[in-house]
Design a protein around this ligand. Structure first.
Ligand code: SF4
Length: 197
């Protein structure tokens, strides 16, 4: 049978075979010949999660809130996939959600904040804890200096328009709710979130 989108292995000439081998290596060659890698990939995944604990969780990327299962071995995430029991996505994930393993496990992930001091011409790495303290310090300073309790004619305001909160794409519904409560409680009226799907 000819696999969908491919061609029968018998129809591949020697020239084609050499060409494919040169370009893509062993896996590329198999795929190029129309052989499905799906069973091999599925088997490799099964081996990887064989002794792992499975934790149901929710995709952090957008407000759809697709269900996921995170597999962990010795406290380390080894795999994340769609949760077939979720009524939201029934095991499916969009490309962004399907790549969420790389959000958790990624040697290229930044673990410090880039900071450019006032007047400086270069960026420096600042540890996260230090960055959090600095943000809290500036937040309080700005709020204290700009908080408005009332309008000039005496109407209650209790806000500051000097602080703007912008959430990122990895903030999920629950955190957005808590964050919104925190900001409103502090009198911040400009609150936005980046994720809009
Ligand atoms: S980013 Fe994709 S997988 Fe994640 S919740 Fe949204 S639609 Fe679902």
């Amino acid at each position: 049978m000819t696999p969908r989108g491919g061609r029968a292995a018998s129809a591949v000439s020697r020239r084609d075979f050499i060409k494919l081998s040169g370009v893509g290596g062993a896996l590329g060659t198999l795929a190029g010949l129309g052989a499905s890698l799906a069973p091999a990939v599925a088997h490799a995944t099964t081996l990887r999660i064989q002794s792992a604990s499975a934790v149901p969780t929710v995709c952090p990327y957008c407000a759809v809130g697709c269900g996921m299962i995170a597999h962990a071995v010795n406290g380390q995430i080894v795999n994340i996939e769609g949760n077939p029991d979720s009524p939201v996505n029934e095991g499916n994930l969009c490309p962004k959600g399907a790549a969420s393993y790389q959000l958790a496990v990624n040697e290229r992930r930044w673990t410090t904040v880039k900071h450019r001091a006032p007047g400086a011409d270069h960026w420096e790495d600042m540890p996260l804890d230090q960055a959090m303290d600095r943000i809290a310090e500036l937040f309080k300073q700005t709020r204290d200096a700009t908080f408005q309790e009332r309008t000039p004619d005496g109407k209650t305001l209790m806000n500051t328009t000097a602080i703007f909160s912008l959430g990122g794409a990895t903030i999920d519904n629950e955190w957005n709710y808590a964050h919104s409560k925190l900001m409103r409680g502090l009198g911040v009226v400009a609150v936005e979130n980046q994720a809009r799907i």
